[in-house]
Write a protein that binds this ligand. Structure first.
Ligand code: ZN
Length: 163
């Protein structure tokens, strides 16, 4: 079977016993999470969340600059009031620089990516602090928003707060 067939078969099994069709649109815990797209991270299981509990906004690195659009919608239209920023150990964003990726795109695809900041970082803790600070200083988020930053350890499964 192809991957796509496997995925669709899994969805058939999921839908066969699905019982959460009545959930409300706004997240029950009024929570939004920004985290990395890394395949080893399962935000719901890490935090004991169920369908309907929280918004999870994912991108490469869990960078809040890229998540801001979604966070504004999350707060203004869907009532969330707390944000968790979760970056993680062994993140791919620690492994490259803008110039390298831009050069690769130029060589492979003949595409000029000089206007794109891929938001890589060198210091994991600092990246969390920077991303929390960016949200705290945003004029588009509610002043009373509770914003906390964490590092997730992909080897231990543990979350640690970043002071
Ligand atoms: Zn990552």
């Amino acid at each position: 079977m192809s991957l796509l067939q496997d995925l669709l078969a899994a969805n058939e099994r999921y839908a066969a016993t699905f019982q959460k069709g009545g959930l409300a649109l706004p997240p029950a815990k009024k929570l939004a999470i920004v985290t990395c797209m890394d395949a080893r991270i399962d935000p719901a299981r890490i935090l004991g969340l169920e369908e309907g509990d929280a918004h999870v906004i994912r991108n490469a690195g869990g960078r809040t600059a890229e998540a801001l659009r979604s966070l504004i919608i999350s707060q203004q239209l869907l009532g969330t009031t707390a944000i968790l920023v979760i970056h993680h150990t062994d993140c791919g964003m620690l492994t490259f620089e803008n110039a390298e990726l831009r050069q690769r795109l130029q060589e492979q695809l003949g595409a000029d990516a000089s206007a794109i900041d891929f938001l890589p970082f060198k210091d994991l803790e600092q990246s969390v602090r920077d991303d929390v600070a960016l949200l705290r200083s945003s004029p588009f988020l509610l002043k009373e928003t509770e914003i906390t930053g964490f590092i997730y350890d992909v080897h231990s499964g543990r979350l640690s707060p970043v002071p």
